[in-house]
Design a protein around this ligand. Structure first.
Ligand code: MN
Length: 242
C-alpha cells in the first residue's frame, strides 16, 4: 500500500492537458492507493464552491469516484484556493484538512503544510496572507456575485505575478529558522509541503536528531507525486502531453 502527496497543480481551464493528467492520475490510483493528500493550490484560483466552471465539475466528479473506490482524498487549502469550503468537501467526499496537519505516516510522525506560512522572509506576502485568511473578509467576498469574484480573482493573479517578478529568489523560499521551529513545535521527523515549486528533499539536523523536509513539485509542465510506503519514499513522474 502507498500514500501519495501532491500539491500546486494550479488547475485552470487554460491548461487542459494538466487537468486531463490529474483526472488520469486519480483513475490510476483509485482503489489502489491507501490515501491521497493534496497539499494546497489544487486550483489556480478558487472563487467559491458555487463556481459554475464545467472543468471544475469534472474535477469534482473525478475526486468523488476516487473516494467512492476506496481511496480517501484529503485536501488542504493553499494560497490560491483558500476559499475552498464545506460544500466542496460534501460534493467530492474529500476530507478538508487544516494547515498544518500532523499525521503518523507508517510510524513516522509527519507534518503536512502548504508551505506559504514558512516563507517568513516575504513580509508583504505574510501581511496579505493574514488578510485573505480572515473569516470576515472571506464572508464578504463570498457574498459577491460570481462574475464579480471572477474579476477579483484575475486581478489578484496579475498582482501576484507582478509583485513576485520584483522579488529576490531567496525571499520566496522557506525560512530555515521557521522550518526548524515548526518541526520542533510539532515534534515530527518529516515535513512535507509544497508552494515554493522547488522539488527537493532536505536533510536537517535538529540537535541530536536528523529530520527531513520534502518540498513537492508543481504540475506546470508535468505531473509529479511523492509516493510513500512502509519502506520509504520516491517520486512518481507523470507525463502530461500538452
Ligand atoms: Mn502556493
Amino acid at each position: 500500500m502507498t500514500t501519495l502527496f501532491i500539491s500546486d497543480l494550479h488547475l485552470h481551464p487554460s491548461r487542459p492537458a494538466i487537468l486531463a493528467c490529474f483526472l488520469r492520475f486519480l483513475e490510476q490510483q483509485q482503489g489502489r492507493a491507501e490515501a491521497i493528500y493534496i497539499l494546497g493550490d489544487l486550483f489556480e484560483a478558487w472563487i467559491g464552491d458555487d463556481d459554475p466552471e464545467p472543468d471544475y465539475a469534472s474535477v469534482r466528479t473525478g475526486l468523488r469516484r476516487c473516494v467512492s473506490a476506496g481511496t480517501p482524498v484529503y485536501v488542504m487549502r493553499g494560497n490560491r484556493d483558500f476559499l475552498i469550503g464545506e460544500r466542496f468537501g460534501d460534493e467530492t467526499g474529500c476530507g478538508l484538512i487544516e494547515d498544518p496537519t500532523r499525521i503518523e505516516l507508517y510510524g513516522v510522525p509527519t507534518l503536512l503544510m502548504h508551505g506559504d506560512s514558512l516563507c517568513t522572509d516575504d513580509r508583504d506576502y505574510q501581511v496579505t496572507r493574514s488578510r485573505l485568511r480572515d473569516p470576515h473578509w472571506q464572508r464578504r467576498v463570498l457574498a459577491l456575485p460570481v462574475a464579480e469574484r471572477q474579476v477579483l480573482a484575475s486581478q489578484a493573479r496579475e498582482l501576484s505575478m507582478l509583485s513576485n517578478q520584483s522579488k529576490d529568489e531567496h525571499i520566496m523560499d522557506v525560512n530555515q529558522d521557521e522550518v526548524l521551529r515548526i518541526i520542533r513545535e510539532y515534534g515530527v521527523d518529516l515535513l512535507i509541503h509544497g508552494h515554493t515549486h522547488r522539488p527537493a528533499a532536505h536533510r536537517l539536523r535538529l540537535g541530536e536528531r536528523q529530520v527531513t523536509r520534502i518540498d513537492l513539485g508543481d504540475w506546470y509542465s508535468a505531473g509529479t507525486a511523492l509516493v510513500v510506503d512502509p519502506d520509504g519514499w520516491r517520486r512518481l513522474e507523470l507525463g502530461c502531453d500538452r
